[in-house]
Design a protein around this ligand. Structure first.
Ligand code: BGC
Length: 264
């Protein structure tokens, strides 16, 4: 399905994560979520059918609101995996059966509306570049999301280079996200100082590889930055995401709006 859509100022964005599926109505002018977000825990197992049903439930709830876009307007959806032409090519923190699944087609069918699917960290990066901490920054900006896994978005002069998977750098013999994600901190019951040591190792390595102008930290624990940011010693400026937990929802909605030409 892909019909011509009318211009819009709001778009529904859905952010699929390892623990929750969150949605909101996004104002494309300001890059803000209007009203409350709506969240349902990610089903276990997180198979395509189960996740698609929850995504539909989130879209249905948002669609009942007075400021919702029209019922046939496209929806932007973020997914925690490599997304190439709408197809998942990895599945680190979701059910393995997603690998090679046509995510775009699965959600389009379930919701009955056009959708645009992208990697979750890419969406967060896009939102920060357009509306948040990365606005107007020239050169390389790396947005690193610390959550169930580690996600990354590579932005150059405000443009996204999609599907850069820096959470899976192999570092000291480990997949980096298994040591430095927010969930690794909880699993290993680390103090913030102990966690900062792992973040230092990770960010020093990424800095050495890419020499970015700016690091932006996203994900749930960007809220707790005073507990670990002051400990990090890097050449690169490192700040937290301005859109906080809404970055994925906003970036997903923005990408859908651009793709379906609802906005510039
Ligand atoms: C996945 C990425 C995703 C990140 C954050 C990683 O495990 O490989 O695609 O962006 O988690 O959800």
């Amino acid at each position: 399905m892909s019909k011509k859509h009318s211009p819009a100022t709001t778009v529904i964005g859905i952010d699929i994560g390892g623990t929750g599926i969150k949605g909101g109505i996004v104002d494309l002018e300001t890059g803000t979520v209007l009203g409350e977000r709506f969240r349902i825990p990610t089903p276990t197992p997180s198979t395509p059918q189960a996740v698609a049903k929850v995504v539909k439930a989130v879209v249905d709830e948002l669609s009942t609101r007075s400021n919702a876009p029209s019922d046939d307007a496209p929806v932007g959806i973020t997914f925690p995996a490599i997304i190439s032409h709408g197809v998942a090519r990895s599945a680190a923190n979701v059910d393995e059966s997603w690998i090679d699944a046509d995510v775009d087609e699965i959600f389009t069918k379930e919701i009955g509306r056009d959708v645009q699917v992208m990697n979750d960290a890419d969406a967060a990066g896009l939102a920060e570049a357009r509306y948040g901490a990365g606005q107007g920054v020239k050169g390389t900006v790396l947005v690193i999301t610390l959550g169930t896994g580690i996600g990354s978005a590579f932005i150059y002069d405000g443009k996204l280079v999609p599907n850069v998977e820096l959470g899976h750098l192999e570092l000291d013999g480990f997949d980096a996200e298994t040591k430095a994600s927010a969930s690794a901190r909880e699993r290993d019951e680390l103090s913030w100082d102990e966690y900062a040591v792992r973040l230092q190792r990770y960010f020093s390595h990424v800095e050495f590889l890419f020499s970015p102008e700016l690091f932006i930290i996203g994900g749930g624990i960007s809220k707790r930055s005073e507990d670990y940011l002051p400990q990090l010693k890097l050449r690169t400026k490192i700040i937290t995401a301005e859109l906080k937990n809404n970055a994925g929802i906003v970036g997903g909605a923005l990408q859908a709006a651009v793709h379906f030409k609802l906005t510039k």
